[in-house]
Design a protein around this ligand. Structure first.
Ligand code: ZN
Length: 165
């Protein structure tokens, strides 16, 4: 990718982050996650993740059920694996939970393990976090972890350490 293309891509990303498309993506992800919850868990507790990749692909996942609780993994895991399988860069993620079919949706910030896996795609990947007023807002991983451990290597590596800059 040459210099002009890189600048153009950065410009497009910035425009998307200011409003328009990004807002749509953020809302679309919430919708994708809640749709999956309603379909897969029509009653009782349900939770799902939805992620968006750079080309607009939406990936969704739920946590696998296990007999031994020590083998459980987060709902985001499936989408993360799927993105790697497709070799796509994740730009946005949301995790939604509902305690039962009549309760309101809650947004869960990615846990530390998921944040670590998401950092593969860079500090500007946006994750939905709980917001009292608007139910959720998206924050970059950098905002969630301003002292991320990779910072010690950034200068040495000459890059931000990840693909999504
Ligand atoms: Zn997690």
């Amino acid at each position: 990718m040459n210099f002009l293309q890189t600048n153009l891509n950065n410009f497009i990303r910035e425009v998307n982050q200011i409003g328009g498309t990004s807002m749509n993506i953020e809302q679309k992800l919430f919708k994708a996650a809640t749709k999956l919850i309603e379909e897969r868990f029509p009653t009782g507790q349900g939770s799902a993740a939805a992620m968006c990749t750079e080309d607009g692909t939406i990936l969704t996942s739920i946590a696998p059920e296990t007999i031994n609780p020590s083998t459980e993994v987060c709902v985001e895991t499936g989408s993360i694996c799927e993105a790697h399988k497709l070799n796509k860069v994740v730009t946005h993620t949301i995790c939604v939970i509902r305690e039962h079919e009549n309760s309101e949706y809650k947004i869960l910030t990615p846990c530390g393990v998921c944040q670590e896996r998401l950092f593969f795609w860079g500090p500007y990947l946006k994750a939905a976090v709980y917001d009292e007023k608007n139910m959720y807002v998206y924050k970059t991983l950098e905002e969630l972890q301003p002292y991320y451990w990779w910072k010690s290597y950034e200068k040495q590596a000459g890059i931000q350490g990840t693909k999504n800059k």
